[in-house]
Design a binder for this molecule. Sequence first.
Ligand SMILES: Nc1ncnc2c1ncn2[C@@H]1O[C@H](COP(=O)(O)OP(=O)(O)OP(=O)(O)O)[C@@H](O)[C@H]1O
Ligand SMILES: [Mg+2]
Length: 258
Amino acid sequence: MAKRIDVSGLSAYYGNHRAIDDISMTVEPRSVTAFIGPSGCGKSTFLRTLNRMHEVTPGGRVEGKVMLDDQNLYGKDVDPVAVRRTVGMVFQRPNPFPTMSIFDNVAAGLRLNGRYRKSELNDVVERSLKGANLWNEVKDRLNKPGSGLSGGQQQRLCIARAIAVEPDVLLMDEPCSALDPISTLAIEDLICELKERFTIVIVTHNMQQAARVSDRTAFFNLAAVGQPGKLVEIDDTERIFSNPSVQATEDYISGRFG
Ligand SMILES: Nc1ncnc2c1ncn2[C@@H]1O[C@H](COP(=O)(O)OP(=O)(O)OP(=O)(O)O)[C@@H](O)[C@H]1O
Ligand SMILES: [Mg+2]
């Protein structure tokens, strides 16, 4: 199958510190890929290189190549702002714009992108909230602040905001780690629906979650403290959790790590 994302020889630095080393992998369209591995192995850093967010950090720098379909995201003429529109992101802590209404939170990205007729905006907001499984809970209070929602609702609001601009890829960095189990399941169900339209990459510390939602799993590890993180292996999720190729993967997923 055609690859949506094709990473080759990617290293990322904070100043002189190399946080991840020489990562290569591909991601197929309309699939969910989970990143797992111990704290500090560079999962978040790597995720942020996939939409050019890493370079926003002072000293943040990347070597290597990230192809999204036919475009090298680090090519000379590429606008990082456009990249971040095409490759959306959802963070660990739900971060709705606190003073904005629910409606305006979802519409924010569209308004930045250009002019929309009011009716068009209404449609997109409704569609995005439905897509994020939040519409029924908020349709009667669209003008209330997004910060008045529960944590799980806020995270779905952030997902609605991210999908409103129709990205190709959705990056999620531990999107459920601040949520209760019910909200977590709601987000997991949502991820399974969203993958019909989007390519999803999710970082998680929850092995069951990786096993439940992802088609492919990538295990990252550190050789030693202070060393850069590396991709140990990436394979079908079923394979990683039943019969991984590398002993370190087996040790990690069975809790024998460290
Ligand atoms: N803003 C930063 N400035 C300097 N170093 C950083 C910065 N962010 C992360 N690092 C370093 O880069 C390495 C990888 O960190 P990263 O946050 O990507 O790991 P992670 O796998 O996401 O960890 P966790 O599971 O705890 O979220 C770590 O050594 C970390 O200390
Ligand atoms: Mg992280």
